[in-house]
Design a protein around this ligand. Structure first.
Ligand code: GLN
Length: 555
C-alpha cells in the first residue's frame, strides 16, 4: 500500500521577494532527483479568485497551466525546476476558498450552522492540500504559503497548516521558514533580530519551525548560525542559508551543498535514493562557459518589471544556455518606440514581442514588427506579438491600411484579428478566453515544422481574439504562411514569412513549456537565428546550424 503523503510547509518572514518559491522549487527538484515523488503547491492569501484579472504591476506574470488555470508565477518556477506540469489544483487562493465556502452556505450544506473562518475556511484549505497530495500520489507535498508571516490575510492559511500535523501525523510534517538576514553596512554585520521576531510571530500562532532558510547577501558565520538556532528554538542543523547567486539554477546546488535535502529526507524519514544533481551541475558549467552575447529586444508595456515577462526571460536564457551564448535582453517600452522611433532596434540581433492586452503601446509594436520584417531581423511574436505582426503585414504589404484587431478598434472595417462568432454570442457571460492546452497541427515544409521537428504538438493559450480566416487567402498570397492550425475549428495558430530568415508568430505561449534543461524549440530556433544574425552582422562565419534544431521536442 502506498504510504500517505508527507508535507513540507514553507512560510516566509521579514520581507517579501526572498525567493521562497525558488527555494521550494529547488528542494522539490533535489527530492525528485532522489526518486521521491514530490509535488509543489502555492497558497495565495489574496481575495482574487485567480491572478487572471490582476495587473502585471500588482502581480507579475500570470502563469497558465495545461488545464487552463491562470495561476501565480511561482508555478512557473515549479515547472521549470521539476519539469513536471502543474494544474489548477496546484494554486489555491483565498478567493477560491471563500467562494466555495459561500457557495456551500447558500446551498444549505451547513445545515443552519454559523459559518466561520475556523473551522469552515480552514477545513476547506486543508481539504484542498490533502486532496492534492492524495490525487497526485505524492510522497511529499511541498506547500508554499504566499505573503509574509504577520499579515492578517495569511492567518487562516497558517491556522490550516498548523492543524495538518494532527490529521497527517506530526512525524509526517515539517515547517520551514524562509527569512531575511539584512546586512547593515554601517555596522558591517548581518542582523538576526528580524528573523527572531518573525519566528516569534509564527510561534504566537502555534507554529514552531523545524528549519530556517536565511536569505543573506553575504554568508553567515558559525556564530551567527548558533545565535539564530538558539533564539529561534531551531537545532543548528536545521539552519540553512540562501546566498545571492548569479543564476537561479544554482539554488538546488547551493542547498544540496549544505546538506539540505539530506536533512529533509531524515526529518520525514523518506525513502530516498542518492542525490542526482548532475544535470544542474552541467547546466551551471555550460552557463559559465558561454561565449559571446546575443542581444534580444523585448518590446512590451511592462518592461520595467522583472516579473511581468518572467517565463519569456527564462525561456530566452534557456535557449542561450543551449547555444552556449549569453542573452542580453534589451527591454523596450512600446510607447517610447511610438514617440522616439525605431532607433533602439538598430542595435539588436532579434526582436520578441510578448503577449499583452489592451491598446496602449500597440502602434509601437506594429512599428517593431515592420522593422523586423523589412530589415530581416529575426522576429518572434507571441500571442499579441503574432497579432501585431499580422496587422503590420496587412497594412504595409497587402495595402489594407486600416487593418486592425477589434480589441483595439471595435468598429474596424478590416478586422483581421477578431472575436469568433460563437465568442461574440457568449461575450456577456464572460469566460470567453481560450485558455490552456490545445493540440496544434503543423504543416510540413515550413520553418515551424523544421524548428519543432514534429508535426503535432500541444501548446498553452491565453487569449480572446483570433486571426480572422476571411483574410487568410489575401495574406498568404502576399507571402505570409500559415504554418500551424487548431484543426477542429480551423484556427490559425502560427504564421511565418516566406523569404525571411526567421519571422514567426504564434497564437499560444511557448514560454510556459520551456525548461532550463529542455528549452522550447521555438525559443531555441529564434535564439539560433539571432545568433546567426549577429555573426553575419559582425561579418563572421555563418553558423552551420541555421535554425538550430530542438534539443528535445515539447510534450
Ligand atoms: N489581447 C490579445 C487577445 O486577447 C492577446 C492576448 C495575449 O497576448 N495573451 O487575443
Amino acid at each position: 500500500m502506498r504510504k500517505p503523503t508527507k508535507y513540507v510547509f514553507i512560510t516566509g518572514g521579514v520581507a517579501s521577494s526572498l525567493g521562497k518559491g525558488i527555494a521550494a522549487a529547488g528542494l522539490g527538484s533535489l527530492l525528485i532527483g532522489r526518486g521521491v515523488n514530490a509535488e509543489l503547491m502555492k497558497l495565495d492569501p489574496y481575495l482574487n479568485v485567480d491572478p487572471g484579472t490582476m495587473s502585471p504591476f500588482q502581480h507579475g506574470e500570470v502563469f497558465v497551466t495545461d488545464d487552463g488555470a491562470e495561476t501565480d508565477l511561482d508555478l512557473g518556477h515549479y515547472e521549470r525546476f521539476l519539469d513536471k506540469p502543474t494544474s489548477r489544483a496546484h494554486n489555491v487562493t483565498a478567493g477560491q476558498i471563500y467562494e466555495s465556502v459561500i457557495r456551500k452556505e447558500r446551498r444549505g450544506d451547513y445545515l443552519g450552522g454559523t459559518v466561520q473562518v475556523i473551522p469552515h475556511i480552514t477545513d476547506e484549505v486543508k481539504r484542498r492540500i490533502m486532496s492534492l497530495g492524495r490525487d497526485k500520489k505524492a510522497d511529499v507535498l511541498l506547500v508554499e504559503i504566499g505573503g509574509t508571516v504577520g499579515d492578517i490575510e495569511s492567518l487562516p492559511f497558517l491556522e490550516a497548516i498548523r492543524q495538518i500535523p494532527y490529521d497527517a501525523g506530526k512525524e509526517n510534517c515539517i515547517f520551514l521558514h524562509v527569512t531575511l538576514l539584512p546586512y547593515l553596512s554601517a555596522a558591517g554585520e548581518l542582523k538576526t533580530k528580524p528573523t527572531q521576531h518573525s519566528v516569534k510571530a509564527l510561534r504566537e500562532i502555534g507554529i514552531q519551525p523545524d528549519g530556517l532558510i536565511c536569505r543573506t547577501e553575504i554568508g553567515m558565520d558559525s556564530g551567527q548560525r548558533r545565535k539564530i538556532a538558539m533564539f529561534c528554538n531551531v537545532p543548528e542543523s536545521g539552519v540553512f542559508q540562501s546566498v545571492n547567486v548569479d543564476v537561479i539554477y544554482e539554488v538546488p546546488l547551493m542547498l544540496h551543498d549544505q546538506g539540505f535535502d539530506d536533512w529533509v529526507v531524515r526529518q520525514l524519514a523518506l525513502e530516498a535514493g542518492e542525490a542526482r544533481i548532475g544535470d544542474w551541475e552541467s547546466l551551471v558549467e555550460r552557463i559559465r562557459g558561454s561565449r559571446g552575447t546575443v542581444r534580444i529586444a523585448v518590446v512590451g508595456k511592462y518592461i520595467e518589471l522583472q516579473d511581468a515577462y518572467i517565463s519569456i526571460y527564462e525561456s530566452l536564457q534557456a535557449a542561450g544556455y543551449d547555444h552556449g551564448v549569453h542573452i542580453e535582453t534589451v527591454r523596450i517600452d512600446s510607447e517610447k518606440l511610438e514617440e522616439e522611433g525605431t532607433g533602439a532596434l538598430e542595435e539588436v540581433d532579434g526582436i520578441l514581442i510578448p503577449g499583452g492586452f489592451g491598446q496602449r503601446g500597440i502602434e509601437g509594436k506594429v512599428m517593431a514588427a515592420d522593422f523586423a520584417r523589412e530589415r530581416k531581423v529575426p522576429y518572434f511574436g507571441i500571442c499579441l506579438g503574432m497579432q501585431v505582426a499580422l496587422i503590420a503585414f496587412a497594412r504595409s504589404v497587402c495595402g489594407i491600411k486600416d487593418a486592425n484587431s477589434t480589441e483595439f478598434d471595435e468598429k474596424s472595417p478590416n478586422p483581421i484579428v477578431d472575436l469568433m462568432l460563437d465568442q461574440k454570442a457568449v461575450l456577456n457571460l464572460g469566460g470567453t478566453m481560450r485558455l490552456g492546452a490545445y493540440p496544434m497541427k503543423i504543416f510540413p515544409d515550413t520553418l515551424a515544422a523544421k524548428t519543432y521537428g514534429q508535426l503535432e504538438v500541444s501548446e498553452r493559450h491565453r487569449h480572446r481574439y483570433e486571426v480572422n480566416n476571411d483574410y487568410r487567402a489575401r495574406v498568404e498570397e502576399m507571402g505570409m504562411v500559415v504554418s500551424g492550425v487548431f484543426e477542429e475549428t480551423d484556427l490559425v495558430e502560427m504564421i511565418e514569412l516566406r523569404g525571411h530568415p526567421w519571422y514567426l508568430g504564434c497564437q499560444f505561449h511557448p514560454e510556459f513549456q520551456s525548461r532550463p534543461l529542455r528549452p522550447h524549440p521555438l525559443f531555441n530556433g529564434f535564439v539560433g537565428a539571432a545568433l546567426n544574425f549577429s555573426r553575419e552582422k559582425a561579418g563572421g562565419e555563418r553558423s552551420k546550424e541555421a535554425n538550430h534544431a530542438p534539443s528535445q521536442p515539447v510534450r
